[in-house]
Design a protein around this ligand. Sequence first.
Ligand code: UD1
Ligand code: CA
Length: 468
Amino acid sequence: MQNDFGIAILAAGKGTRLKSRRPKVLHEIGGQALLLHVIAAAKTIAPAGQIDCIIGHEADKVRAAVAHTGVGFVLQTQQRGTGHALQQLKQHFAAANLAPPPHLLVLSGDVPLIRPETLAALTALHLREHAAMTILTAVPPDPTGYGRILRAQNDAQAVAAIVEQKDLPSGDPGPPEINSGIYCFETAALFANLGKLSDNNASGELYLTDIAGLLVAAGRRVVALQADSVDEVLGANTIAEMMHLDARLRLATAQRLMAQGVTIFRPDTCVIDAQVEAAADTIIEPYVQLLGNTRIGADCRIRSYSVIEDCTLGDNVLVRNGCILHDARVGDAAQIGPYAHLRPGSEIGASAHVGNFVETKKVTLGKGSKANHLTYLGDAVIGAGTNIGAGVITANYDGLNKHQTTIGDHVFIGSDSTLIAPITVGDNTLIAAGSTITEDVPADSLALGRSRQTTKPGWVTARKSARK
Ligand code: UD1
Ligand code: CA
């Protein structure tokens, strides 16, 4: 039964090889921390209440970043190796007087591309083989740096031991099959052998990998499952390895979207986070970034150099080149850009247009309304069928407080008008171009708020003749 599995995720290490102040498991690929990828995979095998993260280096930061997932935490104050990490888990169960789960799936916080199908296959094999330990392995093109699997004689599935690359005799390339750092254990067998680990090795650490040899010496069965794809077991020990995984993950995301009918030109140039969704017949041009929790409908076109984060776009939306959209919602058939900036709280109605060099913040723009050029709209509710002329500004900030602007339906705001908030402009009104509007405008009115023009015919000619 899969329910017999508890899960431990090793996430206490510093990640020395990254040369970074940020703990390794909080580095991001595909827009999400390594550890969150691993927790998501773990949750496909057991509920959050059966998952424990072993944390140590920058434990508070790591805990804060993933606590929302509901997993438990076990502290490994000093990081004396992967075997030492599981000694802390054993002590945690003992101290809390908790019965450990019959089987333990151990995941590595820095092996983030692991697929649920592979974990299911690993747990199934473990139970079927009645193994004390089942190791997920792979044969990558370059096994440098990984622990290696020493296979047993006369049994295709069995393993004799794992040897770390550092502990291979010098000049020995070692076997090509690597240890992924992902295992199933019969918990009692693991816990019975943890005390026998020694740090007499090249790193001076307690290696979890030594448990394989100890179990075999005790007459227990240790087997291995080779992963179908090498990518999913690759670890991230350096920034370069991390960026390799990031590229693999983003390519997989692009491929998932393309399989759903989304056209992505030059997907290698696009930065698309793992959770992004888009519907069929949407076209994504080169050099687009789709980040966070972004949802794009069908038949949209996102033109090059636009960055869209945490947004929801309806169907048939056109986002022209170079737009920045953050935490905004855009209705069906709306057109945005080029070079528009939709800031948080922007709600752009169906068929509305937001044109070049227009910035919006906390704005509702009604159905079919247009703000096509050089405009700032902040803290405003704008009705349907309204036209906002070029250069219009909602003056929403008096230096201390933000104030609201309300504009009705079918309003025409002439170019270069300033609406000094708080202010309400009624339905069917017309604001003359160049107005500064400081008082509410009732429905169906014309408002002019500008100084009267004086024209003096012949004045220039008169000046010229006076100079002679
Ligand atoms: C480990 C394996 C190696 C395997 C590789 C796969 C050991 C001894 N070696 O090597 O066989 O091929 O993973 O990626 O296990 N951690 C702790 N506490 C510690 C030390 C590490 O929680 O005291 C955590 C780290 O945060 C990391 C994981 O354990 O998430 C693996 O540690 P790391 O130092 O990266 O091990 P590798 O050298 O990659
Ligand atoms: Ca590692």
